[in-house]
Design a protein around this ligand. Structure first.
Ligand code: NAP
Length: 543
């Protein structure tokens, strides 16, 4: 007979699920990972659009906890492709012998807590059920795609695809008329890879982004050996950095150096590429509006230098918000793409897209005839996967309803009213390079469950007080950054601005990964007091 009862059920077989399974096994928990997809890899299984790759370097976009994996896996690119990360995660699953406890093609539709048995009942799409004492979400933070609110989606007779749902068999774009809607990190990676293949490439831009360009170098054997020898130090540096990257936080304000020196620093970090510019130039690009505007002007100048047509360069330059107002994407020759004669930038801020037509897209009076339309229009970030299924806690409260007027959690890990539900990368966890908080979070979770088991706690569950404290701290930390004012202007996902009807609040913790980790350590050293809700231990009304 098929087994259906476990100590822990983990939803999601991506970075989170693999790390959690490994660490829960270490404390002796009978654990199974379930995933609706047909393969291991989570985000990296699903996202296979052209150009998909990491925008953090492999040395800190990976786990440090397994010496076998560190020593045996061979990275080939500084910023690995999606296919390489997917192969890495499969290697992790094989090397740590995780596969035997992972069930694929099992999509969870509902999970309900039962007070009488103190267990979760997890229901799958086919109606089958599992039960577990602990339910852990590793469902990912950017996994619930959203389509543009443009009428006529079903009218279009060509091929319409969301970037996050690229077909496994691929799409033949050779010589085709391709349209792209959406210029966040996804659209910015798609642009330089699809453009050379397409016959005509139309980029429909509503809000331009500030892109930090980079080169992607092959990993030499010497570099790989150096990383392998220093993995622990690299991970420790990334864990102590506000954004989870192995970079040295800058010490000086952009306002305290003279203009020539400022320009020299901007230029040198721009040449190092990617997030080095955002993190290593000055210490106030994320917290001081004037400093952020100086970085904005430097990037606008770079755009003017790279893009030959002045009108196109002007359109590509953000003017309505400043640097850090949106999650900064890394470009792999993004701006250069606009020098190709068959690449057309259409400004849909001044004249919005009115509708899909049978033959393409209408923008004002003009109809653009297209064979393929790519919507890289983003996600219901941080909460979307959790509110997209029915998670039912104590007294029948549904998580979606609890969060309808605002997110409440303790450290993004646990929610009052939802005993023994633990979230990896829940909302209100750090704005960060993600493998770092995933690994630390999985290890924290295993220690917390181990503590709960050894001390026979009835359950791990956020207290109401801890939720209010964390909501206030998340709000305070967010408001201390330029992400607050600029993110609202730029309709950033991290402020919930990209989803109609979503409460406008920080979806992530902006106070720094290292500060967040200290809060987690504090909770641990206090015996998880803020994760021991008294409600759970209530006395029955009748005996
Ligand atoms: P996103 O950043 O939310 O960008 C969505 C884009 O779609 C925006 O440019 C938005 O324009 C546009 N859009 C939405 N509706 C539209 C409409 N009706 N008309 C015109 N444009 C419309 O989404 P994403 O690019 O998928 O990225 C989301 C996050 O995923 C990133 O911030 C990042 O954290 C993660 N990601 C990471 C990587 C990586 O690490 N390698 C790669 C991809 C994604 P407006 O700005 O005008 O609203």
């Amino acid at each position: 007979m098929t087994k259906t009862d476990y100590d822990a059920v983990v939803i999601g077989a991506g970075f989170s699920g693999l790390a959690i399974l490994h660490h829960l096994r270490e404390i002796g928990l009978d654990t199974v990972v379930v995933d609706g997809a047909d393969g291991i890899g989570g985000t990296w299984w699903i996202n296979r659009y052209p150009g998909v790759r990491t925008d953090s370097e492999f040395s800190y976009y990976s786990f440090s906890f397994s010496k076998e994996v560190r020593d045996e896996w061979v990275w080939t690119e500084r910023y690995p492709s999606g296919a390489e990360v997917l192969a890495y995660l499969n290697f992790v699953a094989d090397r740590l012998d995780l596969r035997k406890d992972i069930l694929l093609g099992r999509y969870v539709t509902r999970a309900e807590w039962d007070d009488d048995t103190s267990r979760w009942t997890i229901t799958f799409g086919d109606g089958s059920v599992f039960t577990a004492k602990y339910l852990v979400s590793g469902m990912g933070v950017l996994s619930q795609p959203i389509w543009p609110d443009i009428p006529g989606k079903d009218v279009f007779q060509g091929q319409l695809v969301h970037a996050a749902r690229w077909p496994r068999e691929g799409i033949d774009l050779a010589g085709k008329r391709v349209g792209l809607i959406g210029l966040g990190a996804s659209g910015i990676q798609i642009t330089p890879v699809v453009a050379p293949e397409a016959g005509e490439f139309y980029v429909f831009q509503r809000t331009p982004n500030f892109i930090v360009e980079t080169n992607n170098d092959p990993v030499t054997p010497e570099h790989l050996a150096e990383v392998r020898a220093n993995y622990d130090e690299i991970f420790a540096r990334a864990a102590s950095h506000p954004f989870g990257v192995d970079m040295v936080p800058a010490e000086h304000s952009a306002l305290e150096v003279d203009p020539e020196e400022r320009e020299r620093i901007f230029e040198s970090k721009w040449n190092e590429g990617g997030f080095h510019f955002a993190n290593e130039c000055f210490n106030d690009l994320a917290v001081n509006h004037e400093a952020s505007e100086l970085a904005s002007e430097f990037i606008r100048k770079k755009i003017r230098e790279i893009v030959q047509d002045p009108a196109t360069a002007d359109l590509l330059s953000p003017k309505t918000y400043s640097f850090n107002g949106k999650r900064v994407p890394t470009g792999f020759r993004y701006y250069d793409t606009f020098n190709l004669p068959h690449v057309h930038l259409i400004d849909t801020a001044s004249t919005p897209i009115t509708e899909f037509t049978e033959r393409g897209l209408r923008v004002g009076e003009t109809e653009y005839e297209l064979d393929v339309i790519i919507a890289a229009t983003g996600f219901d970030a941080m909460t979307g996967t959790l509110t997209g299924i029915d998670i039912v806690g104590r007294d029948g409260v549904v998580l979606r309803d609890k969060w309808a007027s605002g997110i409440r959690s303790n450290l993004g890990i646990s929610v009052n009213g939802f005993p023994n539900l633990l979230l990896s990368l829940g909302p209100q966890t750090p704005y960060s390079n993600l493998p770092v908080p995933i690994q630390l979070g999985a290890q924290w979770m295993a220690r917390a469950i181990d503590f709960a088991e050894k001390n026979e706690l009835p359950a791990l569950e956020a207290t109401k007080e801890s939720e209010e404290w964390w909501a206030q701290e998340t709000d305070r930390a967010g408001k201390a950054t330029v992400m607050y004012s600029e993110g609202q202007k730029a309709k950033a996902w991290f402020f919930g601005e990209n989803v109609p009807g979503k409460p406008h609040e920080f979806q992530v913790y902006m106070g720094g990964g290292q500060v967040y980790q200290q809060f987690c350590r504090d909770a641990e050293s206090e015996g998880y007091r803020s994760f021991r809700a008294p409600e759970f231990e209530r006395v029955p009304e009748t005996v």
